[in-house]
Write a protein that binds this ligand. Structure first.
Ligand code: NDP
Length: 331
């Protein structure tokens, strides 16, 4: 069996010497396991993360272990009654010519199907685009949607879903051929070649005259900086990945938004005034707690309207202790 193993951890961009070819005897499946012969192996940006031992949502590949990766394979030998030799399955993981897997992890693919599609449009990247668009994007007709890495596995599906939802879709991609494909074949309304434009901020502004309602984030870096100020009120940023930063050797200034992806953080702004019913609801809930003393509150009272300016200045210095109120007159 041939395997590509992780030989060393990259510093910055991976190089060939981070990998090694390993040859070993053909393994035999144990009870409940299946041996598959790999037909297709998927390569995906997340694998850069597995090469690193930095904390992440998934453990790193160990030095000397085969690289991980989704595959489509043909069953060679099965000790799980659900599979017989010749079945084509997905769900075995590894940069390997032959893989032993627990049968529970495998899914049969219809014979003669476009097998490699189960690693892309019908596989993990397609499902990624679908999840981001439906659960976070929630695109409405007429909205402007920007898709980064728009010709890629995730981006191409995400943008087409946005078109189906009736949005105006702007793709961003890294060369003219990709942009042609994005507009002519995928049917996006516009495409920006981020490597060709002199001024990315201006190009994006021109392509999105009504601002951006939904941004599908696949790359991070300069594009994220350009998108951010164009986001409209109540816009949604689908934080999927930041591939432009995966080879970084030191963290960029500012909060690292890749943590939003890794930790599935939800960062969401709001303005209380937007929903007047909040005031009614809150008073109904809290007034009894205030009355029975179980909701504590403290006031910092300053007497006299003339003292308001100084009290306000002090507020911003932290000199108040509790809710600052000015006693203007006695009732
Ligand atoms: P792609 O097929 O889009 O391939 C990666 C593309 O990223 C490249 O073709 C390139 O496109 C772009 N890119 C690479 N380096 C840079 C750079 N330095 N600056 C700008 N663009 C760059 O990959 P996928 O569709 O598989 O993945 C897209 C994103 O989705 C990744 O960030 C990935 O990690 C993420 N992802 C997240 C998942 C999740 O569960 N959250 C699951 C799957 C993927 P171009 O030339 O057009 O710039």
């Amino acid at each position: 069996r041939r395997s590509i193993i992780l030989a060393s951890r990259p510093k910055g961009a991976p190089s060939a010497d981070n990998f090694a070819l390993d040859e070993s005897v053909m393994p035999k499946p144990a009870e409940g396991e299946v041996l598959t012969r790999t037909l297709w192996l998927s390569l995906d940006p997340y694998m850069r993360g597995r090469m690193s031992d930095k904390p992440s949502y998934a453990p790193p590949v160990a030095i000397g272990a085969p690289m991980t990766g989704e595959t489509v394979g043909e069953v060679v030998e099965s000790r799980d009654p659900r599979f017989v030799p010749g079945d084509v399955v997905t769900g075995a993981f590894g940069w390997q010519s032959h893989i032993i897997s627990a049968g529970d992890r495998l899914t049969t693919i219809p014979k003669g199907a476009p097998y490699s599609a189960y690693l892309g449009v019908l596989g993990m990247p397609g499902a990624t685009a679908y999840a981001g668009m439906t659960e976070i994007g929630q695109v409405k007709p007429g909205e402007t949607v920007v898709i980064s890495a728009a010709s890629g596995a995730v981006g191409a599906v995400a943008g087409q879903l946005a078109k189906r939802a009736g949005a105006r879709v702007v793709g961003v991609a890294g060369n003219p051929d990709k942009c042609l494909y994005i507009q002519d074949t995928l049917g996006f309304d516009e495409c920006i070649d981020h490597r060709a434009v002199m001024d990315l901020d201006a190009a994006l502004r021109d392509a999105c005259p009504n601002g951006i309602d939904v941004y599908f984030e696949n790359v991070g870096g300069d594009l994220q900086d350009a998108v951010y100020p164009l986001m409209n009120n109540f816009g949604r940023m689908i934080m999927c990945g930041m591939v432009a930063e995966y080879n970084d050797t030191k963290t960029r200034p500012g909060p690292n938004l890749m943590d939003v992806v890794r930790k599935r953080l939800r960062i969401e702004g709001f303005i209380v005034m937007d929903k007047p019913e909040r005031f009614v609801d809150w008073r109904a809930l809290a007034a009894p707690w205030v009355a029975d003393g179980s909701l504590h509150f403290r006031e910092h009272v300053v007497d006299g309207l003339e003292n308001a300016p100084e009290a306000f200045i002090d507020l911003l210095r932290g000199h108040n202790f509790g809710k600052l109120v000015i006693r203007v007159a006695e009732p």
